[in-house]
Write a protein that binds this ligand. Structure first.
Ligand code: ZN
Length: 107
């Protein structure tokens, strides 16, 4: 199990979770109240954490988080999922380039 992402912002958490769902990446959500301390600071006690069930997804899942963080300021402009014209992979709307082959949909 590997911790992927944590936030106190329910909107951020939901956005990440829906991206992971779209990619069929298995994860679980931990809440500090429910799970007990894992070395976190007390003021983070309402923070929720997204953990990967299978570490082998980490590289892919971390791209989801990175893409989300890069775009979080304009994420309210809801972006459509898109299919890469290079390799045919489905990409979440938060991706600027294909997670699989780094092709931009705008080229
Ligand atoms: Zn691609």
């Amino acid at each position: 199990m590997k911790k992927l992402f944590s936030s106190q912002d329910a909107f951020e958490l939901q956005a990440i979770r829906s991206e992971l769902d779209a990619l069929s990446i298995p994860y679980m959500v931990k809440n500090e109240f429910a799970s007990g301390a894992i070395g976190e600071l007390p003021w983070q006690d309402s923070q929720q954490e997204v953990w990967l069930v299978d570490d082998s997804w980490y590289a892919r899942a971390s791209k989801v988080v990175d893409a989300f963080m890069q775009n979080s300021h304009d994420v309210k402009n809801v972006k459509e999922d898109w299919r890469c014209k290079q390799c045919g992979e489905e990409n979440g709307g938060a991706f600027e380039v294909c997670w699989q082959c780094d092709t931009s949909p705008h080229n």
